[in-house]
Design a protein around this ligand. Structure first.
Ligand SMILES: [Zn+2]
Ligand SMILES: [Zn+2]
Length: 141
């Protein structure tokens, strides 16, 4: 019988895993009743590692980036940048993340991630005072 707990970011009910892989470099199971659900764990990793890339999209009108270092970025009066939902719904983005999970010996399986939840909660803040150490997204199963 696994101990129940709640994700400290979105509050979803989770169960604490029995085991965790010490070698997992992302999405490692928490074995204490404190951590993130798998969707928030994935969000944390994405924000910490590729947040800037995700934020600096190409304008669909002029094909220039929001910000270009050394070059002129988008100057459209009404820019058309893809939203987080457009980006995270892309199959190649989800496949790349699944590969990262495999390489990083993640405790989670790629199909455990609900990308619609990740998108829906993208702007939800991470409460600082309870942030896991080492920038590691701990999660419940
Ligand atoms: Zn959560
Ligand atoms: Zn533009």
């Amino acid at each position: 019988m696994n101990q129940p707990s709640n994700c400290y970011r979105c509050g979803v009910r989770c169960r604490v895993a029995d085991t965790s892989n010490a070698e997992a470099r992302l999405l490692r199971h928490a074995t204490e009743p404190h951590g993130l659900c798998v969707n928030c764990g994935a969000t944390q990793w994405l924000k910490e590692n590729v947040g800037e890339v995700i934020a600096n999209q190409r304008c669909r009108k002029c094909d220039k980036h929001r910000e270009s270092y050394g070059r002129r970025g988008c100057a459209c009066s009404e820019p058309d940048f893809p939203g987080i939902d457009d980006i995270l719904r892309l199959e190649h983005i989800q496949k790349t993340f699944a590969q990262l999970m495999a390489v990083g010996k993640s405790d989670a399986k790629p199909d455990e991630i609900d990308w619609l939840e990740v998108i829906a909660n993208w702007e939800l803040p991470f409460p600082d005072e309870t942030k896991p150490t080492q920038g590691q997204g701990e999660l419940f199963s």
